[in-house]
Structure formats: C-alpha cells, structure tokens
Design a protein around this ligand. Structure first.
Ligand code: OFO
Length: 168
C-alpha cells in the first residue's frame, strides 16, 4: 500500500519532470534564435526525455492505484547569456533533480515501501548519466570559449542526438 505522503511526493516529482521538459524546450527555442540548431536539437531531445521521465512516474502511480494530480508548470527562463550559461544552468537543474530523486528514495526507505524503492533505482542511475552528459558539454564549452570554430563543432555534434523512449 502506497502512502498518501508518497503519492503527494511523486505527484510533485511529475511536476518537476514536466518543468524540466519546459526549461529544455525554452533553451531549445533560445538556441534556435542564436542559429545554433544542433544545440537546439540536443535540448529538444532532452525535453522529450524529461517528458518520458514524467510519464514513468505517471504510470507508476496509476499502477499502484493512486491518482495523478497535475499541477501548474512554472514559466522557465527564456534568455541566456551564452551557450555555456545555458548548459551550466541545465547542470545546476540536474543536480537539483538528483537531490529530489534522493529525497524520494529516503522517503521510500523510511516508509518500507519496497515497490517504490525498486522503481526509483532506475532514476538514481539515470541521474548519474544526466549529470555526466551535461557536465561533459559544459567542459567542452569551457575549453573552446563562447565563439568561433569550436562552438560550431560542438553544435554539429549535438545536432546528432536523438532520444528514443526505450533507451535507458
Ligand atoms: Fe528527469 O532528469 Fe533531467 O531533469
């Protein structure tokens, strides 16, 4: 039996994942404005991945007989100083989400909710990957600086990213 507190916490997490999708879509729109379509693509694919995360929580609550309650999604930032600034903000956001997943796990442990614990392991691993992939882009952007040939190379590379819901 899933507790009321856990249902509320997972509903909050659904909102956070949808907000993540919203932030990355907003970053994608900004990158399009800067004519950096590869980076815009990376952010767009990231937004799809965040929607998938939200749906995993959605399905889990439904399967456990609890109601999903959707809440208002906050407006994200729309302007960023540089590509590096946008990716640094993405990294900070991912660290915040990692903390939030860890809090869910702590609650599941406290409540002896084994099913939720088992479900959350996927997200614990996923957050390691999320932070690592954004952090690698931040490092590359720091290396090349904000203008010039290097930026175009990173832009081209990020243009190749595709997300499929089946990928882990
Ligand atoms: Fe859902 O992992 Fe990013 O935010």
């Amino acid at each position: 039996m899933i507790s009321k507190k856990m249902i509320e916490a997972i509903n909050e997490q659904i909102n956070k994942e949808l907000y993540s999708a919203y932030i990355y879509l907003s970053m994608s729109a900004w990158f399009e404005e800067q004519s950096l379509s590869g980076m815009a693509n990376w952010m767009h694919e990231q937004a799809k991945e965040e929607y998938d995360h939200a749906m995993r929580f959605f399905k889990f609550l439904t399967e456990r007989g609890a109601q999903v309650i959707l809440k208002a999604i906050e407006q994200p930032e729309t302007e960023f100083k540089t590509p590096l600034n946008a990716f640094e903000m993405a990294l900070e956001h991912e660290k915040f989400i990692t903390g939030s997943i860890n809090d869910l796990m702590s609650l599941a442990i406290k409540e002896n909710d084994y099913a939720t614990k088992s479900f959350l392991y996927w997200f614990i691993d996923e957050q390691v990957e999320e932070e690592d992939s954004v952090s690698a882009i931040v490092d590359d952007l720091k290396l090349v600086g904000d203008k010039g040939h290097g930026i175009l190379m990173i832009n081209r590379e990020l243009g190749e990213r595709t997300f499929s819901p089946d990928e882990d």
